[in-house]
Every structure is written in structure tokens, then in C-alpha cells.
Design a protein around this ligand. Structure first.
Ligand code: FNR
Length: 369
């Protein structure tokens, strides 16, 4: 179908599935074990209902916001997803160019298939980019990478903490890594590659499973970028993150690709925000909570923000949009978010992102309510 026929984000997934080579589809779409968490990521949003307010003069609505102090035209950022070139020859640059044109923030993955500098060079002046970090066993490599990113103007460091070992994504594991060019290049001096357990495992063997809370002060000593821990799932760890002085957390289960039967980020949000209220009034200017996993509609975005998130991350929906249509596909995905946000905010009775509040949703269907 032509791009004009795409009306929602699900449509991109259908096109990507039809056109992507089997190996790329397996890598992008797979999740771990029985893929229960990836399904739950969608299902959890469907247990939350709106409590819309009326008669609030919604002639003008605005969904612009700030994320870690940086302006964003959408309350959505592009979450890091590895290996963009499996989906499209321009890889991650599709995201960079679309994001630059529309004022959306891109999180650059450690395992991007374009080089870090290529991705930064493709940004327009003033364009905001974050960096997702997989921590290398060799901390000197990590230090150089982080400090280079800061020097190149990256505005936030998202350390992935839910992947001391990569999950078993069985669809992906059934695919042997034969195309060494594409996959091995990504490793970019980070370590050896394993070729018999799928793409994900092939590229991840450098990741340090010994990473611990004790390393947080070191990260703070090597960079002035705000540090966010990506992949927190409990109030206990949210409080530790707060007390260790980082700038925020992402409630995420890595798109269902790590611990299967882990709860969804949105399910964890309510109890995490409750716990953080013991450290001061919410929202707290010194600490942000983000959510990702399963977001395909503006209504999902608005539910997370109403329950206390600052913004949300989206992974697959953007990968599928550039796989199917390149940069234009990503731009269309932004447009769909804008149109859905405008309509939903009017119908909920929220004129700005700040007007979204817990009373606008009925989250009693969530177990942590
Ligand atoms: C990811 N994600 C991810 N996260 C990360 O910290 N480093 C990475 O390299 C990757 N790579 C990656 C590849 C692919 C193919 C997917 C689908 C996901 C996780 C990603 O940042 C995000 O947490 C999820 O994608 C969010 O869920 P949705 O939006 O895909 O449902």
C-alpha cells in the first residue's frame, strides 16, 4: 500500500511484516520465551479507561512538552532499537532526519548500524539526541564512548539496566547469523561476535553482567549529561535510583525481549509514583519517570502521562515505519501521533500535557492500583 493508505501505527507493522526479509522481521518483532510480556504490554493499556472532562474550551490544545529539560514537539521520544539497517538501507538515519524535521528526540542505540558520528552528523542544528548505553566489560571503552557523545552534544544518557544477559528470543535464535558484514560491523570494536544464536545474541556478548549500583557514582563522575536508568520495574529500584541521584528511570521491559512474564511498564507506574512521593511532591523537578512498551496510540501516551509519566518511548512502531517507507514513514508516524493527540486531548478535556491528571483515567483494572 502507498503511504497515503496508512491510517494508524498498526498498519506499518502489517506492511513491515509483508516486506521485510525473514531474518529482519524475526529480529525486530521477536520477544523472549513465550512472548507473554510483549502481549501484556498492549493488553495493560486496554484495562485503563478514560474519565473525560467536558465543557473546557478545547479550541486550542498543545501536546508540546520538555523531556529532561529539552523541548520536544511530542510527549513521545524514539527509543533506542539496534540494527536499523536490517530494516532499511539508511538505518537509523531515517529516524534522525524525520526527528530533526519535526522536533522529536531520538535516543541513539549503542548497537546502531550507522556509526554514532554519522547519526550525530545527520542532525540539524539544535536537534536533541540522547544516547542509549550498553556498558562494556572494558570500562575505558565505555568512558571514551560516553565522553565523546557528550562532546558531540548528546543531551542525556540512558543506561540500559535490564539486559545483563540478552533474553532468548526464540524466533531470532532460529536464524543463524550469516550476513557478517551487516551485523559484525555494528559491534564497532566492542568485542567478539557469536554466530549461532541469532542476531541479538551475536552482537551483545560485550555487555557487562557485573554492572551494579556501585557503578552509578562512576558514571556521574565521567559525564555531566543527565543519567536515566532504562529498564527499572519496581518501586524498590525506583527509590534506589532516586537516592543514587540519577535524573530518572524508564519503566520498561525492553519491549518484552528480556524477562518474560515481567509486568508491563504502565502496570508498574502507579506504585512507582506512589513510592517516589515519599521523596517529595509529584511531579518532582529533579526526577523523571518514563514508560515504554506497547505504545501504539496517542491514548496510550495520554494514559501514561495522566498517571505520572513525563513522556513515553516508542520502539517498534518507528522501526516498522522506516522499514516500510523510510524517513517518510517515520514522518507519517509522527503525524498520526499528532492527529490522535489532538483528538484525544479534546475529548478528554486536557488542553496541555500539564492538565493531564490521574483523575482522568480509571486504572482500577491494573493490579498495582
Ligand atoms: C529494542 N530495545 C533496545 N533497548 C536498548 O536499551 N538497547 C537496544 O539495543 C535495544 N534494541 C532493540 C531492538 C529491537 C528490534 C526492539 C524491538 C527493541 C528496546 C527498546 O528501546 C524499547 O524499550 C522497546 O522497543 C519498547 O517497546 P515497543 O515500543 O517496541 O513495544
Amino acid at each position: 500500500p502507498s503511504l497515503d493508505e496508512i491510517v494508524n501505527l498498526h498498519d506499518f507493522e502489517a506492511v513491515a511484516k509483508a516486506i521485510l526479509p525473514a531474518k529482519a522481521w524475526a529480529y525486530y518483532s521477536s520477544a523472549s520465551d513465550d512472548e507473554i510480556t510483549i502481549r501484556e504490554n498492549r493488553a495493560a493499556y486496554q484495562r485503563i479507561w478514560f474519565r473525560p472532562r467536558v465543557l473546557r474550551d478545547v479550541s486550542t490544545v498543545s501536546w508540546a512538552t520538555t523531556i529532561l529539560g529539552q523541548k520536544s514537539s511530542l510527549p513521545v521520544y524514539i527509543s533506542a532499537t539496534a540494527l536499523g539497517k536490517l530494516g532499511h538501507p539508511d538505518g537509523e538515519l531515517n529516524l534522525t532526519r524525520a526527528a530533526g524535521k519535526h522536533g522529536v528526540i531520538q535516543m541513539i542505540p549503542t548497537l546502531a548500524s550507522c556509526s554514532f558520528d554519522e547519526i550525530v552528523d545527520a542532525a540539524v542544528p539544535g536537534q536533541v539526541q540522547f544516547l542509549q548505553l550498553y556498558v562494556n566489560r572494558d570500562r575505558e571503552i565505555t568512558k571514551r564512548y560516553v565522553q565523546h557523545a557528550e562532546k558531540r552534544g548528546v543531551k542525556g544518557l540512558f543506561i540500559t539496566v535490564d539486559a545483563p544477559q540478552l533474553g532468548r528470543r526464540e524466533k531470532d535464535m532460529r536464524m543463524k547469523v550469516v550476513d557478517e558484514g551487516g551485523v559484525a560491523k555494528v559491534q564497532d570494536g566492542q568485542g567478539d561476535i557469536k554466530k549461532d544464536e541469532g542476531v541479538a545474541r551475536a552482537i551483545s556478548s560485550f555487555i557487562d553482567p557485573s554492572l551494579s549500583w556501585k557503578d552509578i557514582p562512576w558514571f556521574k563522575s565521567i559525564t555531566n549529561m543527565p543519567i536515566v536508568l532504562k529498564g527499572v520495574a519496581t518501586p524498590e529500584d525506583a527509590l534506589l535510583a532516586y537516592d543514587y541521584g540519577v535524573a530518572g528511570i524508564v519503566l520498561s521491559n525492553h519491549g518484552g525481549r528480556q524477562l518474560d512474564t515481567a509486568r508491563s511498564g504502565i502496570e508498574n507506574l502507579i506504585e512507582v509514583v506512589e513510592a517516589l512521593k515519599t521523596r517529595g511532591p509529584w511531579p518532582n523537578p529533579r526526577f523523571s519517570v518514563f514508560v515504554d512498551g506497547g505504545i501504539r496510540r496517542a491514548s496510550d501516551v495520554l494514559k501514561a502521562i495522566a498517571l505520572g509519566a513525563s513522556a513515553v518511548g516508542v520502539g517498534r512502531a518507528f522501526m516498522y515505519s522506516f522499514s516500510a517507507y523510510g524517513q517518510e514513514g517515520v514522518e507519517k508516524a509522527f503525524q498520526i501521533f499528532r492527529e490522535e493527540l489532538e483528538m484525544n486531548m479534546r475529548l478528554i478535556g486536557a488542553r496541555t500535557i500539564d492538565e493531564l491528571e490521574p483523575s482522568m483515567v480509571d486504572a482500577s483494572g491494573l493490579s498495582s492500583h
